[in-house]
Structures are given as C-alpha cells and as structure tokens.
Design a protein around this ligand. Structure first.
Ligand code: UD1
Ligand code: UDP
Length: 358
C-alpha cells in the first residue's frame, strides 16, 4: 500500500511524527507532502530538524491567505501530486485547512482518506477547525479516533462502525519519544532564568481569541491578574498570528516574558516544569493532561471534553475574573488524573491497521 502523508502546520508535524517514524522503521512505501501552510522556521523546519524527520518530497508552499484562498490553493496543489503519485491512501492529522483541503482533493480522486484524530467536536461552527473536522471525518475511509468518546461521536453521526478505530492519540507517542531527549538536552529554563514549578506557561493563537481586539485584550488582562496574584512569571511563546495582532491592536503585555515560538523539545521542557498552563491550543490541552500539569483553557468550549471530565482542565473563556478564578481552582486540585489519550503506541496501531494487521 502506498501512503501519502500530508501535513502543513506545526501540530500536524508533531502529531504525524510518530506515524512517520513507524513507517521509516518498517521501510513502508510512503512519501510526505507538505502544503506549506506553515513556513516560518520556528513553526516548520525546526520540527523536522529537532525531531529528525525526513524531508518532505513535495512542498506546495501555499503560505498564508484567506480561508478560501489557502484551502483552494491546497486542493489544487494536492490534486496534482496525487494524480502523479497515485497513492492508495492519504493520511491527514487534525483540523486545519491543510487537512480538509487534502481530504477533499483525495476523495474526489477516489483515493482513500485516513484521518488521524477523528471524532473531535467543539460543537462551535464559528471555529474554522470545527468545519474542517466534521467534513474531513465524513470524507474519510479510516477514522483513527483517539478515545472512546470520539468513536461514540462518530457513530452518532452515522459513520459505519467498521471505519472507526480507537488508537489513542499520537501526541502521547510524541511525548514519550521525546520527553527523555528533552530532559537531557540544553535546558530552556536556564536560558529564561526559570525555576521548575515557579512559573506559568501561556499559549494563545486561536482566530476567535486574537483576531478580536476586545477579546484578546480581555484575556491578556486576565493573565496579568494571574501573574500578579501568584507573583510568578508568565512565559508566552507567541504564535505569529498573535504577534501580528498584538502589533495591529497596539497591545503590549508588559508583565509577561514574550518569546518566539520554540521547538517541541523546548516546549516539552517548558510545559512539563510549569506550575500551570493557560492555553487555547488543542494539542497543549492534551499535553498538559499527559504531563500531569493543570490546565486552564482560554476558550468557551473544547473538543477535548475528556480533560474536563477527569479534572485536568477547566474552561475559563475570556473574562479576566474568571481566568483568575479558574487558575485558583486548578492550582488547588490534586494532579492525580489518568490521561485518557492512550498508551503511546498509536502510531504503530495506525500503521498496523493500514497494513491489514488489525
Ligand atoms: C492554523 C490552524 C489552527 C492551528 C494552527 C496551529 C487553520 C484554519 N488554522 O492557524 O487550527 O491551531 O494553525 O498553529 O488551518 N504565519 C506566519 N508564519 C507561518 C504561518 C503563519 O507568520 O509560518 C502568520 C501569518 O501572518 C498568517 C497567520 O500567521 O496570516 C495565520 O496563519 P494560518 O495558517 O492562516 O493560521 P494559524 O493561525 O497558523
Ligand atoms: N508547541 C511548540 N512550540 C511552541 C508552542 C507550542 O512546539 O512554542 C507545540 C505544542 O507542544 C503542541 C503543539 O505545538 O504539541 C500545538 O500546536 P498549536 O497550539 O499551534 O495548534 P493546535 O494544537 O491548537 O491546533
């Protein structure tokens, strides 16, 4: 079976890495197609380098643009490559424009689609990611659900049972494969003069949070309150979308340490030693849970409800007082939950299923 791995953004590279490693180990017949949705060094190449991933065979270099422009360019570019390479299946991961566009290109060519991290729902169609997830799942022939809950959601939407496979989330594999390496390497905590358990980590980049000045300012005010209340430093690796908006909106958070986005190994060091993580990222909510670090989610909903149910995460929205209150709640909780995201063998399971071994 010839497999096209298609990816385009930071989280897709990180979460697809365990599948790529597994295919490399088994000398699988595959190639990697990068859409070029992310292209800045610290959102893209740094992950290939630090995670020692093979170079993509193709890069469409679509770059940034409106949703239609970006999605349209990816569909056109992916279609051309698929027509040349004629793979049996494409594999995509997550919920970005790269994922939906690739699934659309493949399904119309009658090439099978495998969706890693299928079945997540925030039930908020204002989020571009929610549209991407739903449509990709309904194009897919293989739906790799990370949890039983995701499987139940897919069954509820009428997806046949024999297309759904509960594999665990490949982020667990990525963490297990890299945490030890991260601990042995140069430590970003030293570079930032941070002490374990004595700082907070923030990530914030969602369109609905940072493209709206009032909402972005309100969240930053909440984070200020948290820093002041606990007298602890806040480190925020700033996504380029947020950096751009901060400058456009004239928002200058003075009480945080703003840094450029960091590589995955450095982020694991930062995240695993933090007292608390405050985030609107999907992947970071999972990582906090797996690393036993309490998490405050700066959103009104989450497509990772398992984290709320087991107590590793809480939804704070964008109100400053609620962000502070939720931080107090999470810091008062025991970090004794069990991660629902699997055993770190999802990559192997996915390749086994594609090879017909399961
Ligand atoms: C995308 C995904 C989002 C995911 C995030 C991961 C969609 C709809 N959104 O959001 O789900 O959580 O990736 O990080 O697919 N930019 C750069 N360099 C880059 C890429 C982007 O400077 O390499 C800047 C550009 O100004 C661009 C903006 O960031 O306009 C937004 O980029 P885009 O790819 O549209 O969406 P993300 O916010 O990265
Ligand atoms: N991450 C990283 N460096 C950073 C911030 C995040 O490597 O400076 C990683 C983080 O460990 C997680 C992933 O990026 O695995 C999450 O990606 P992002 O928040 O961009 O997207 P989302 O998961 O929200 O789609």
């Amino acid at each position: 079976m010839r497999i096209a791995i298609i990816l385009g953004t930071r989280p897709e590279i990180i979460k697809m890495a365990p599948v790529i490693r597994e295919l490399e180990k088994r000398q699988g017949n595959y190639f990697v197609l990068h859409t070029g949705q992310h292209y800045s060094y610290n959102l893209d190449k740094v992950f290939f380098e630090r995670l020692k991933l093979p170079q993509a065979k193709y890069n469409l270099e679509v770059g940034s643009g409106s949703h239609a422009e970006q999605t349209g360019k990816i569909i056109i570019g992916v279609e051309k490559v698929l027509q040349e390479e004629t793979p049996d299946i494409i594999l995509v991961e997550g919920d970005t424009n790269s994922v939906l566009a690739s699934a659309l290109a493949a399904v119309k060519l009658h090439i099978k689609v495998g969706h890693v991290e299928a079945g997540l729902r925030s039930y908020d169609k204002q989020m571009p990611e929610e549209i991407n997830r739903i449509l990709t799942d309904h194009c897919a022939d293989y739906l790799f659900a990370p949890t039983e809950k995701a499987r139940t959601i897919l069954l509820g939407e009428g997806i046949p049972e024999d297309k759904i496979f509960v594999t665990g989330n490949t982020i667990v594999d990525a963490i297990y494969q890299n945490l030890e390496i991260a601990r042995q390497g140069e430590n970003i905590l030293d570079a930032l003069s941070l002490k374990p358990q004595e700082y907070f980590v923030v990530t914030l980049h969602r369109q609905e949070n940072v493209d709206n000045r009032t909402r972005f300012a309100s969240i930053l005010e909440g984070l200020d309150k948290v820093a002041a209340d606990f007298h602890l430093p806040v480190v925020y690796p700033v996504h380029p979308r947020s950096r751009k908006r901060m400058s456009e909106f004239n928002l200058e958070p003075r009480n945080f340490t703003l840094i450029d986005p960091v590589d995955f190994l450095s982020f694991l060091q930062l995240g695993s030693n933090a007292r608390l993580i405050l985030t609107d990222s999907g992947g970071v909510q999972e990582e906090a849970c797996i690393l036993s670090v309490p998490c405050v989610t700066l959103r009104d909903n989450t497509e990772r409800p398992e984290t709320i149910e087991i107590g590793s995460n809480i939804l704070a929205g964008a109100s400053p007082d609620r962000i502070l209150e939720c931080s107090r709640v999470m810091l008062g909780r025991e970090n004794d939950w069990e991660s629902p995201f699997g055993d770190g063998k999802a990559g192997g399971r996915i390749v086994d299923i594609l090879e017909g071994k399961r």
